[in-house]
Ligand binder design. Structure first.
Ligand SMILES: *Cc1c(COP(=O)(O)O)cnc(C)c1O
Length: 429
């Protein structure tokens, strides 16, 4: 359609990787306006963990709208908000012995990150926040200062301040525990690192290339934070809501973050919704001190509650994700062993895995070939060199296999040097 070239800003990104006009979606599938079907291994960058238009929540949502339920109510108390809070408390927080206050922020991930960083700074009276190499936390100024990617950072237009970068797990090689370095500089009054308010970290770096921190590293990070009285913020916006197998990605590590950010799949239906969870003693906000018009997406409250009721009332869903995660690991290991160790490596955890192709050029060829075969799959990482699986967690075994088969075939062809020119994909069908 010409209109996109005519008036939609150059800033578009995913639209360039998947140059079709989409108009329908269901579970793990999307269709373009010509009726072509695509298996969706991008799932709204991890926003559609429960699939597109999940029928379990759709009826609840339609009924709520039909009954003239509140859509927008600023941050006023609504029945939908109350019911979401009750369900979240009973089925997510309490069974995990987690005691947190819930702050509704503006509806995108970066809004939650801004609020989390603000709380940490205000409560501790310190400005500096430790962030990690390849971290991604959003693109509004505060969150952007915590984000590593230079493509995003360079667009800031002003200096990004208040953060200090440290090497993430594995950044300096497999045998170096980078939390030891963090401990060292924080113990040394001459290290030049200002005493921080907090550390903000992803347990698995999504946009940064599916780098999964080891469980031990996460535990050591918490120990260092406690030792130096720094708050631990886990940004669980992409890794949370079941992606790694548990509701929160840090559960396996048994750590207890001071602050947690959630968004992406929290709303369940793809509706914008974000929260900050903070330990009760950190909730020192004055009324309205941090506000925003859209801090009460009531439609998202309805579907978020429904998602928790349907999928998180017992362990079944979690077991299913872990089983599918093991299947992905097996397939990836087999792909890596067939097509040459060194060229490809598998990485990630649960249903948050990727294949590191070393070169962005190779990864791009793979995703373009896959798209030609009806699979939507994206890359991530500093050089877009990691092909990442982010399919809906509810995907059928059959379609998970089908998608990975397409990936494998694309890798095989790329290894056989059957290059596919970029123009081929951009050609209008
Ligand atoms: C996507 C993401 C964000 C930013 O969320 P937006 O809704 O795009 O603002 C922040 N942190 C992590 C880990 C993310 O994956």
């Amino acid at each position: 359609m010409k209109i996109f070239d005519e008036i939609e800003s150059e800033v578009q990104s995913y639209a360039r990787a998947f140059p079709r006009v989409f108009n329908r979606a269901k579970a793990e599938f999307m269709w373009d306006e010509d009726g072509n079907q695509y298996l969706d291994f991008l799932a709204g960058a991890g926003t559609l963990n429960y699939g597109h238009n999940n029928p379990l929540f759709k009826d609840t949502l339609i009924e709520y709208i039909q009954n003239d339920g509140i859509t927008h109510g600023l941050d006023m108390h609504t029945k939908a908000k109350g019911e979401f809070l009750e369900t979240f408390n009973e089925k997510i927080l309490k069974p995990r012995n987690m005691e947190y206050m819930v702050q509704f922020t503006g509806p995108t991930g970066t809004n939650a990150v801004e609020a989390a960083m603000k709380i940490a700074r205000n409560v501790t009276g310190q400005q500096n926040i430790v962030t990690f190499t390849n971290g991604f936390h959003g693109v509004s100024l505060g969150a952007l200062a915590a984000t590593g990617n230079s493509h995003h950072r360079d667009a800031a237009g002003v200096s990004l301040s208040g953060t200090h970068r440290m090497p993430y797990d594995g950044y300096l090689g497999d045998n170096i525990d980078t939390t030891e370095y963090l401990d060292k500089v924080l113990s040394d009054s001459s290290s030049g690192i200002n005493s921080p308010a907090a550390v903000i970290v992803e347990t698995v770096q999504g946009e940064g290339g599916i780098n999964a921190a080891s469980i031990e590293w996460l535990q050591n990070l918490q120990t260092v934070c406690r030792k130096h009285k720094i708050l631990l913020i886990i940004d669980d916006i992409q890794a949370g809501c079941g992606r790694t197998g548990d509701y929160f990605s840090f559960e396996e590590a048994g750590i207890e973050p001071d602050i947690i950010t959630l968004s992406k799949s929290l709303g369940g239906y793809g509706l914008p919704f974000a929260v900050v969870l903070m330990k009760p003693e950190l909730d020192q906000w004055k009324p309205g001190e941090h506000n925003g018009t859209f801090r009460g997406n009531n439609l998202a409250f309805v579907t978020a509650k429904s998602a928790i009721d349907h999928y998180w009332s017992d362990d079944k869903f979690s077991e299913e994700i872990k089983r599918k995660g093991r299947y992905i690991s097996e397939r990836f290991e087999s792909i890596v062993s067939q097509y040459g160790e060194g060229n490809f490596t598998a990485k990630g955890r649960g249903m948050f895995q990727g294949i590191n192709c070393v070169s962005g050029e190779i990864a791009g060829q793979i995703t373009r070939k896959a798209f030609k075969e009806g699979l939507m799959i994206e890359t991530s990482g500093a050089d877009d060199h990691v092909v990442k699986i982010l399919c809906a967690l509810i995907i059928s075994d059959e379609n998970l296999k089908k998608g990975i088969d397409i990936m494998e075939q694309a890798i095989k062809e790329v290894c056989a040097k059957e290059d596919i020119p970029e123009e081929d994909v951009y050609f209008e069908v």
